[in-house]
Design a protein around this ligand. Structure first.
Ligand code: HSE
Length: 290
């Protein structure tokens, strides 16, 4: 069985741990039932720690199905530990495979709940499973999900630095509490952003993508972020957000996007060794190819 899972960009600025979008950059998993567990990319005793396999076992346990052994190989396009949803892709792909191998014991809602529980928040796993742009709210262990197609005229270019940044480290710098002022700053912008994306009125993206809850704390962990943001805004970007926990910076465009040669010239010399990667949206989500 081959499963294709898209990259994702979470938070979208103010929608911390809630909003996300799927991007046309893919990991492809090949999963076959086998007599023993074989994961050539992670040999030895650590195979059982592989996030794809752990996710599969979690589904089988929840469904009351005897765990199976598999051979797992992966072709990865999504860079790891860069804020583009590589962990969510492992979870989404593993759950889809395990559910299919067990004869589909989990329905869509149960699959989303389990994916969000494994990831800890729904902002990457929802777009990874559903495609498009998603809003996810957790209540009493259940995900309340809303999915929309990306609005016409919106494009994204991911600015990806060479260095990695773990989600744990990036969450570790966030304060445990936020002020009412910052809460209002974010909830008003998250509401405006959801409205902009749902209606296709992109004229207020610059304000709607503002954030006071996580980005101001995380930029200290991202060398060169200010120069990259300035460079994108000067070139006409409508908005710039940290993608997920970073360090990738997502630039949002409603007009012309500079080409590869212009980007490599503009990004040259900025600390962090950045690359510009234009990305289409994915509107399908994780899918079993064969
Ligand atoms: N919402 C998460 C964060 C995404 O910003 O930490 C990364 O898992």
């Amino acid at each position: 069985m081959r499963i294709r899972v898209p990259a994702t960009s979470a938070n979208l600025g103010p929608g911390f741990d809630s909003m996300g979008m799927a991007l046309a950059l893919y990991n492809t998993l090949t999963v076959e039932e086998s007599d023993v567990l074989r994961i050539p990319a992670l040999p030895g005793s650590r195979m059982e720690e592989h996030l794809v396999y752990r996710s599969m076992c979690a589904l089988w346990e929840l469904a009351g199905v005897v765990p199976k052994t598999i051979t797992l190989t992966q072709e990865d396009e999504i860079p790891m530990t860069r804020g583009l949803g590589s962990s969510a892709a492992c979870i989404a792909g593993g759950l889809l495979a395990a559910n299919a191998m067990a004869g589909y014991p989990l329905d869509r809602a149960a699959l989303l709940d389990l994916a969000a529980a494994l990831e800890g928040h729904p902002d990457n796993v929802l777009p990874a499973l559903l495609g498009g742009i998603t809003v996810g709210v957790m209540e009493a262990g259940h995900v309340h999900a809303l999915r929309m197609d990306p609005p016409k005229g919106l494009r994204c270019v991911a600015m990806i630095p060479a260095g990695e940044l773990s989600t744990a480290k990036s969450r570790g710098v966030l304060p445990p509490q936020v002020s009412r002022k910052d809460a209002v700053y974010n909830l008003s912008r998250a509401a405006l952003l959801a409205g902009c994306l749902a209606t296709g009125d992109l004229s207020q993206l610059a304000v709607a993508t503002g954030d006071a809850m996580h980005q101001p704390y995380r930029t200290a962990l991202i060398p060169g972020w200010r120069e990259v943001e300035d460079c994108a805004r000067q070139a006409g970007a409508a908005a710039v957000t940290i993608s997920g926990a970073g360090p990738t910076m997502m630039t949002w465009w409603t007009g012309p996007v500079p080409g590869a040669v212009v980007w490599s010239r503009r990004l040259e010399g900025i600390a962090g060794d950045w690359q510009a990667l234009p990305l289409d949206f994915d509107t399908i989500g994780a899918v079993i190819l064969e």
